[in-house]
Every structure is written in C-alpha cells, then in structure tokens.
Design a binder for this molecule. Structure first.
Ligand SMILES: Cc1ncc(COP(=O)(O)O)c(C=O)c1O
Length: 391
C-alpha cells in the first residue's frame, strides 16, 4: 500500500467539515433535552431544530414548514414515493408511478416493491446513451392516473444532470406530482425549489461535508402524503421518531457552508474533473466516458474500460493508494455489471469495467496527475488478468 492515499470517492461520502463538527458538538453533551419535552431543556433543542429548519428553507427558497428532517437520503426518497402512493391507495385512485432505470436503489427498489406488494403500475422511462431523459419522453409516458414521477437531479454513477425544471413542468401539465433525488447535486448545483418547480426534493448531509445519517425531504405545502412509517407527530407526522438534534444542526450548518462556498468549490471541482477526464481519455486505450459530457456534475468523472473487471481495477488502484468506486457504493464488490451502466446500452465486456472517480474540496492537481499516470498500467494489468482467466 502506498504511503500517500488519494481519496476520489466523494460521491460515496465526504469528510465532515470541522466547522460542522464544532456546530454539532454542544448538542451531544451540553444542550441535550428532548425537543418534544415542554421544559426549558426541551425548548433549547427545539429552538436549535427550528433554526436549522429556517436555514435549510432559506437555501431551498421554501417555507420552514416544507422542510422535513429525515434519517438519510434513502429515507427521504422512500417518503417521497411511498407517501403519495399510500395516500392514493387510501383514496382508491391514481396508481401509476414513473421513474427511470438509472435511479439510486433508494428510489428503484421502492418503486419495485410498490409494484410487487401493491400492484402499483410502474414505468421506467427509456434513457439515452449518455443517461439523459428528455421532457418529451416523459410526456409520452404519462398516463391519466400517474400519481408521481421520480427522476434524479444528478446521477451518482455517471454524473449526468437532468433538466429537472422542464421535466417537472411536463409532469404538472398532467396534474402529476414530481419528486427529485438531489442527493448528489447539493453543494454543486442550485437547489431553489421554486426555480426547479418540484413538489418534493431529497437531500443527504454526508454528500456535502455534513454528517452521515441525516437527510431532508422538501415537501411542497398542500402535497398529499401519508407517512411511510407511523408514530408520533414529529416532523409534521411525516417522519416520526425523536429528533437527532446534533445531526440536524450539522445538516443545516453543512448546507449553509456548501451553499455559501459553492461557486468556489465548483470551479475547483470542474478544473480537476476536466483534467482527469482529458488525461484518462488520452492515456488509456479502449476507454469511454460514461454519462453526459456537457451536462455532468462538476465533481464527477466516470468511465468504462473494455475487458477490464471493475472490481479488479478498484483493488489494484487501492494498492496504489487510490480510492475509487465502480459505480454506487452499494455495488462495490458485486461481480455483476451495474444495472445503470447496462441500461445505457453498454455491452457486458465494457459494462464490467466501470470506474467512478469523484473529486472533492481537498483534491489537488498533483493527485489527479498521479492518477492519470498510474491508471494506464493498472488497466493493462487488469486486462492481462482478464485475458488469463478467459484463456
Ligand atoms: C443519488 C443518491 N440517492 C440516495 C442516496 C442515499 O443516501 P443515504 O446514503 O443518505 O441514504 C445516495 C447515496 O449514495 C445517492 O447517491
């Protein structure tokens, strides 16, 4: 293992900003009341939660009452899709859900389960080779009973950014709710829910230098949702369970910093990403960029290499001290090609060799140069192994 380790897996998670840790710390041991309690200890933490809610609302350009704190991005996605479906089931109407084969499992598996358990009709939209989906494609698949459309703002595996405001407008023409999973977008793309025109939007703090295990779901006022699990009246009854005050405070602080410094970070990310993409496409043979070239997350570079097993690539890069991913963190270690890469139309001998490199605030140009220099040898070695296994 190399001495200097290079972390290029910021789409999987980011370190917590020290300023965020500082904001959270008093809420573990000094200010610890249960925010639902009526005494002053409870009021202190309740105030902290409401301040955090106002901070998030300001950034999303919505009302504080439209911000729901959740346990993670996965939970936000579940509430956003199950909520309207359960409400429709209760009312005995509108039971069709539209999504895409490129969604994170938090959306994909939820839609699949609603189909298996409740017989909810589902449509996964056809996607273009770069992962984009046009508003026209959505228009063609909407049905009179479509309850909710869920399409992600930016893809975690291939970095493609979708035209969310246009897609949401098409759903609304049909009277259909629109949810977007913006988990990968926060800190990099604008999150103004009025401009985006969405009814629901999911976020997760650990993708923008906040703590793991806390998310937000924006829910437009008047949206008819049932909670996906039941309990007390916390979070307007949509996410029952005692508030995790330090994590909620940390969420708001991390989002505040990410938004205030967004321009500066995006410039840094973009220059590193472009150096990485140009360097790798030049230095390695039989390689393709996955996802969109023009509409992609500033921090995100992803590729497929022909006849190179992605898990072997990760292992050999790790030995050189380079931390990468071959898709979403959920797929790591799985010998099957990622469904997302296959859905783009890649053949199996390409799809198996996927690699995701995602840069962050502390990534340097020297690190990128080291990766570009090291990768061709690693790919060559993995291809030789591949050929030996198949011989
Ligand atoms: C696009 C997307 N949605 C949802 C999630 C899940 O978020 P969490 O890890 O907070 O459950 C992730 C995490 O990788 C993601 O990338």
């Amino acid at each position: 293992m190399s001495e200097h380790r290079i972390y290029l897996d910021h789409s999987a998670t980011t370190p917590v900003d020290e300023r965020v840790v500082e904001a959270m710390t008093p809420y573990y041991h000094q200010i610890y009341g249960n925010p639902s309690s009526t005494h002053s200890f409870g009021r202190d933490t309740e105030d902290a939660i409401e301040t955090a809610r106002e901070t998030v609302a300001q950034i999303l350009n919505c009302k504080p009452g439209e911000v729901i704190f959740t346990g993670c991005g996965t939970e936000s996605d579940n509430i956003a899709i199950r909520g309207p479906v359960y409400a429709a089931l209760q009312g005995g109407k509108h039971l069709h859900v539209i999504s895409s084969p490129l969604e994170h499992p938090a959306v994909g598996q939820t839609v699949q389960q609603l189909n298996a358990v409740f017989n909810v009709k589902t449509t996964l939209l056809p996607v273009q080779a770069d992962g984009s989906i046009s508003p026209e494609t959505l228009r063609q698949h909407l049905q009179p009973d479509t309850t909710v459309v869920s399409l992600m703002t930016a893809n975690n595996e291939i970095g493609t950014v979708l035209p969310i405001s246009e897609l949401a407008a098409v759903a609304h023409e049909n009277g259909t709710l629109f949810h977007t999973d913006a988990v990968q977008a926060a800190g990099q793309l604008p999150l103004d829910v009025q401009d985006l025109g969405v009814d629901m939007l999911s976020l997760s703090a650990h993708k923008f230098y906040g703590p793991k295990g806390v998310g937000v779901l924006y829910v437009r006022e008047g949206t008819n949702l049932l909670p996906s699990h039941t309990g007390g009246s916390h979070e307007f009854g949509l996410r029952p369970g005692t508030h995790n005050v330090p994590l909620i405070v940390g969420f708001a602080k991390a989002l505040e910093l990410a938004e205030a410094e967004r321009e500066q970070h995006v410039d840094h990310f973009t220059s590193l990403r472009d150096r990485l993409i140009d360097g790798i496409l030049t230095a390695v043979s039989d390689v393709q960029l996955t996802g969109s070239h023009d509409h992609r997350l500033p921090s995100h570079a992803s590729f497929v290499f022909k006849n190179a097993d992605g898990n072997n690539l990760l292992m050999h890069l790790d030995r050189k001290g380079i931390a990468a991913s071959s898709g979403s963190a959920c797929h790591t270690g799985n010998p099957e090609p990622s469904d997302v890469i296959l859905a783009l139309g890649n053949d199996r001998d390409w799809a198996l060799g996927s690699l995701r490199l995602t840069v962050g605030r502390h990534t340097t140009h020297e690190e990128i140069d080291f990766v570009v220099k090291t990768l061709p040898g690693v790919v060559e070695k993995v291809r030789q192994l591949n050929a030996a296994i198949q011989a």
